[in-house]
Design a protein around this ligand. Structure first.
Ligand code: SF4
Length: 165
């Protein structure tokens, strides 16, 4: 069954919620359209260079972005520094609320990433978070972007495809 029409409605609702929170938001039908949008429109118009596609990024239906970082480079870049930031979000990263964002990240994205990178964390063996103290722990800094400041600094491209973890 083709669910793209369902997702078009959901993604457009989310685009409006993001815009209410001062993000610049777009909807692309697939990753190729997203790439064209970013390279032909968003970057030339704004000079934006920082593009984030983190597996630990989720988007809340009320129009906020949640990210969990190992090193802090993503949290740093998205909150302060670059004049413009572009975030690419697949439809599979949309969750209803903050609790769901944290649950999804801790019990799905982080363990799956730990497995992918061959890290020695408990979740790489159990597929569940145990709030570990492992030297390889990848869950160190959360960021919650409630609004973009200044207005339009953070640009979100919502993609009508399941992308990443
Ligand atoms: S805190 Fe540790 S166990 Fe939990 S998801 Fe992160 S790395 Fe895995």
């Amino acid at each position: 069954m083709d669910t793209s029409e369902y997702w078009q409605i959901r993604l457009n609702e989310l685009r409006k919620a993001l815009e209410k929170n001062n993000f610049e938001a777009y909807v692309a039908e697939n990753s190729s359209e997203a790439n064209n949008l970013v390279t032909r429109t968003v970057i030339p118009e704004t000079g934006a260079k920082t593009v984030l596609r983190g597996d630990s990024m989720t988007c809340i239906e009320a129009g906020q972005l949640v990210n969990l970082d190992m090193v802090g480079n993503r949290v740093g870049g998205i909150t302060f520094g670059p004049k413009h930031v572009i975030v690419l979000v697949g439809r599979n990263k949309i969750v209803p609320d903050l609790g769901s964002a944290m649950e999804r990240t801790r019990n799905y994205a982080a363990p799956a990433n730990a497995m992918r990178f061959g890290l020695q964390t408990p979740c790489a063996k159990t597929a569940r978070c145990s709030d570990c103290s492992s030297p390889d722990r990848i869950c160190n800094t959360w960021s919650i972007l409630e609004k973009s400041y200044p207005k339009g600094r953070v640009k979100v491209v919502l993609i009508n495809e399941d992308l990443g973890l």
